[in-house]
Design a protein around this ligand. Structure first.
Ligand code: SER
Length: 314
């Protein structure tokens, strides 16, 4: 992996992935692209609307990319508000990125999500290979995407790889329009106001992961020996599963007076209710050595420390 093009580079994952890849592979070997302009001058950047197949192809070709990391997508709650836009952007962007990878012989990564599961999926320790009948547009996109990536591998030999991410938590770029976003918002509000009103109800378990573990998982999977990969796309990965009261309790270990209340958003609650409580990541552990370093309290300690510095600077 030497010349990498990233789509959605200013998004929640992309903004941290770009920096880490530049550290490892060299700033000039990582082309960041996004639909909006960037202020980051750490390496090459181009504006790209991922629904523009020709421009995507041309940028990758001109850059001499041998790897495509396709991160541009709408998250679950936004996709429920604008289902047709989500289909066009999430599926249109994906097929364009896969086509560019096929034409230019690039290795390929894109994330799937716990959103690829639905109400009929086993809820606890959700297996790697299981029933997937999601009821959200985001989930429909993610399952279709998993299948499409498998198809490009089997049909065309494109080296596609991917994981099913749980909710991702980070202090760098905020997510937007996701169901698991409450677990990011809560840290900002804990520091800014000492209290948080959660749009996800108590007792709602979802899998989560701290961003450094997510970025490491992407790098490890892309570097993994392909002969060991029985699955290629959509590996279950997780670091922890918690419900809102547990993240509040973790924050209280550092901010004892932190207060939590609830103002449940029915749209996001029903999305959360359709997702697993906890997923089984043993296939990722076995096939490419996946491991996560941060548990809930380690993540809370790091989030609060880093976010405090960030909010003071702002
Ligand atoms: N974090 C995403 C969301 O909530 C799930 O992949 O939409």
């Amino acid at each position: 992996m030497k010349r990498i093009m990233i789509t959605g580079a200013l998004g929640q994952i992309g903004s941290e992935l770009t920096g880490k890849l530049r550290e490892i592979y060299g700033a000039d070997n990582v082309l960041a692209t996004d639909i909006r302009p960037s202020e980051d001058k750490s390496g090459p950047f181009e504006i790209l609307d991922v629904t523009d197949a020709q421009r995507m192809h041309d940028l990758a070709k001109d850059f001499g990319a041998d790897t495509m990391m396709h991160m541009a997508a709408l998250l679950s709650a936004t996709a429920e508000e604008k289902p047709l836009l989500a289909w066009n952007l999430n599926m249109g962007g994906l097929v364009n990125a896969l086509e560019a990878s096929r034409e230019l012989g690039m290795q390929f990564f894109t994330p799937s999500s716990i959103g690829a599961f639905g109400p009929s999926t086993p809820k606890v320790d959700t297996p790697q290979d299981t029933l997937q009948r999601p009821t959200t547009m985001y989930g429909v996109n993610k399952v279709s995407g998993e299948l499409l990536c498998d198809y490009y591998f089997h049909k065309f030999g494109v080296d596609t790889r991917g994981v099913r991410f749980p909710g991702l938590i980070s202090y760098v770029a905020q997510p937007g329009g996701g169901t698991t976003d409450y677990a990011v918002d809560i840290y900002y509000k804990a520091l800014e106001q000492g209290s948080y009103s959660s749009f996800i109800d108590k007792g709602t378990y979802m899998d989560m992961m701290y961003m450094p573990d997510a970025i490491q998982a992407i790098i490890d999977l892309m570097e993994a020996d392909p002969s060991k990969l029985e699955h290629r796309n959509a590996f279950n990965v997780t670091a922890m599963s918690f419900e809102p009261e547990q993240i509040a309790a973790s924050i209280r270990k550092f901010i004892p007076d932190f207060k939590m209340e609830y103002d449940v958003d029915q749209v996001r609650q029903s999305i959360a209710d359709s997702w697993p409580d906890s997923i089984d990541a043993s296939a990722a552990v076995k096939e490419w050595g996946f491991k996560a370093s941060y548990d809930l309290d380690a993540m809370t300690a790091d989030m609060l420390e880093k976010l405090k510095v960030k909010l003071q600077k702002a």
